[in-house]
Design a protein around this ligand. Structure first.
Ligand SMILES: Cc1cc2nc3c(=O)[nH]c(=O)nc-3n(C[C@H](O)[C@H](O)[C@H](O)COP(=O)(O)OP(=O)(O)OC[C@H]3O[C@@H](n4cnc5c(N)ncnc54)[C@H](O)[C@@H]3O)c2cc1C
Length: 388
């Protein structure tokens, strides 16, 4: 029995044939369609809609949606592959794809009624971008202290409140909004609602001006007596905390993927540049001090990638992955910061200017330690699991 298990065990970094084909198609797309736009998107803090449409055509906005609803019917690991590949070149596109797949679609697949799935999954597969709205001005790490209220009124709930920091706010037409149906009940009042951009009383507010992932929109959402049909409750009323926790547990593996993509991208640039740049009559990559720094960066990327792939493979295998997901997010985001910082150093003055790609990756890296649960909160999860 033991021998058989070993016989079937695969190295984590060996991809199945369909995974290789998928990765190569995403990589080819990213080189042709994303790389030429990276600087402009960062400067204008905007993702052009034609590029979003091309992401739908490529199939990366509906990776796990079953074919019956127009998706690719692929695995969570495929989402990780896509997020990593996009983030090598632009972590802003990485997070757009990540939120759509690992949070929004994921929540629909796990908690959506048949009716909600029939109504919204084909749209999410073909043209509609989704967003996931949990945070508020007063509730970030303490997410369940949210104050957006949902009052029952006949066949609907009426939502009032404000959401902050919502990724894809500009591009999205569909929002999973968390509100409480009973503030006295604490987390047991929290409920997830599916809100369309066009619902009366719903508006997208100000867009944040950010340090990094500037092209990715981060917006305020305003709900003023916004009527949401009861059929648009995702899961059960009062069970939204479960939806939020469980979706985010999976989503943070996606952030790990974004961070290893970013780190690998920074390492690629560093290897290329240090072999070309000459000082003291030779390429700077020939200095042993530089070689050791690059070797350490490669070790970091390899180790971080293993933690991300392991968490994703555990999730697809239906095994517990909570600790591994938290580990992969903390570690990968630290690696992304370290490796992109080294890239800036080894590019010298060129590392500090926008004409070269690494200063942007350095700015983009910082977000990995903040969203979908800060590093302190992840460390708390890891400690709780291992200390009991
Ligand atoms: C670019 C961007 C995109 C985002 N996208 C989304 C989105 O799509 N949807 C969404 O709902 N939210 C989103 N967020 C919000 C994000 O998840 C929160 O910013 C994050 O959870 C931290 O919350 P906070 O900003 O309120 O910080 P706080 O919770 O105020 O934390 C501040 C500091 O205190 C520390 N801290 C807090 N509590 C503890 C504790 N108990 N022990 C130790 N340290 C603690 C934190 O680690 C952090 O260092 C986004 C944020 C940003 C910046």
């Amino acid at each position: 029995m033991v021998e058989k298990t070993l016989e079937h065990a695969q190295p984590l970094t060996v991809f199945a044939e369909d995974e290789v084909i998928f990765r190569d198609s995403v990589r080819e797309f990213v080189e042709a369609q994303v790389r030429p736009l990276v600087r402009e998107m960062d400067e204008h803090a905007k993702i052009p809609r034609p590029l979003v449409d091309k992401l739908f055509d490529l199939g990366v906005m509906a990776i796990e949606i079953p074919e019956a609803y127009g998706g690719a019917g692929a695995s969570f690991f495929h989402s990780v592959i896509a997020v990593e590949e996009f983030s090598r070149i632009d972590p802003s596109i990485g997070v757009l794809v990540d939120v759509q797949n690992t949070l929004v679609v994921n929540a629909f697949l796990r908690w959506g009624s048949d009716e909600l799935k029939r109504r919204y999954l084909p749209k999410l597969a073909s043209s509609v971008v989704g967003a996931y709205a949990l945070s508020e001005a007063g509730s970030g790490s303490d997410a369940f202290a949210l104050t957006t209220k949902a009052r029952e009124d006949g066949d609907a709930y009426v939502l009032s409140g404000r959401k902050l920091w919502i990724t894809n706010g500009n591009e999205a037409d569909l929002f999973i909004v968390f509100a409480t149906v009973n503030p006295e009940a604490g987390y047991r009042g929290i409920t997830a609602f599916v809100v369309e951009r066009g619902f009366p009383g719903f508006t997208v507010g100000k867009k944040e001006d950010k340090l990094g992932i500037r092209a990715s929109s981060t917006c305020e959402l305003i709900l003023e007596d916004c009527r949401v049909p009861k059929a648009n409750v995702l899961g059960e009323a009062g069970k939204g905390y479960k939806t939020a926790i469980e979706t985010l547990n999976e989503g943070r593996i996606g952030i790990g993927a974004q961070m290893i993509g970013l780190a690998a991208g920074a390492l690629d640039h560093t290897i290329r540049y240090t072999k070309e740049r000459k000082q003291f009559g030779k390429a700077i990559a020939e200095f042993q001090a530089v070689q050791h720094q690059i070797a350490r960066a490669a070790m970091d990327v390899e180790a971080a990638r293993l933690t991300v792939y392991n968490a994703a493979r555990l999730r697809d295998a239906g095994k517990p992955f909570l600790t591994e997901a938290a580990i992969c997010k903390v570690f990968s985001s630290e690696v992304a910061e370290r490796v992109s910082s080294l890239a800036v150093n080894l590019f010298g003055g060129n590392g500090f200017v926008k004409e070269y790609p690494v200063e942007k990756l350095f700015r983009d890296a910082k977000i990995g330690q903040i969203y979908e649960g800060t590093s302190n909160l992840q460390l708390q999860t890891i400690a709780k699991q291992i200390l009991g």
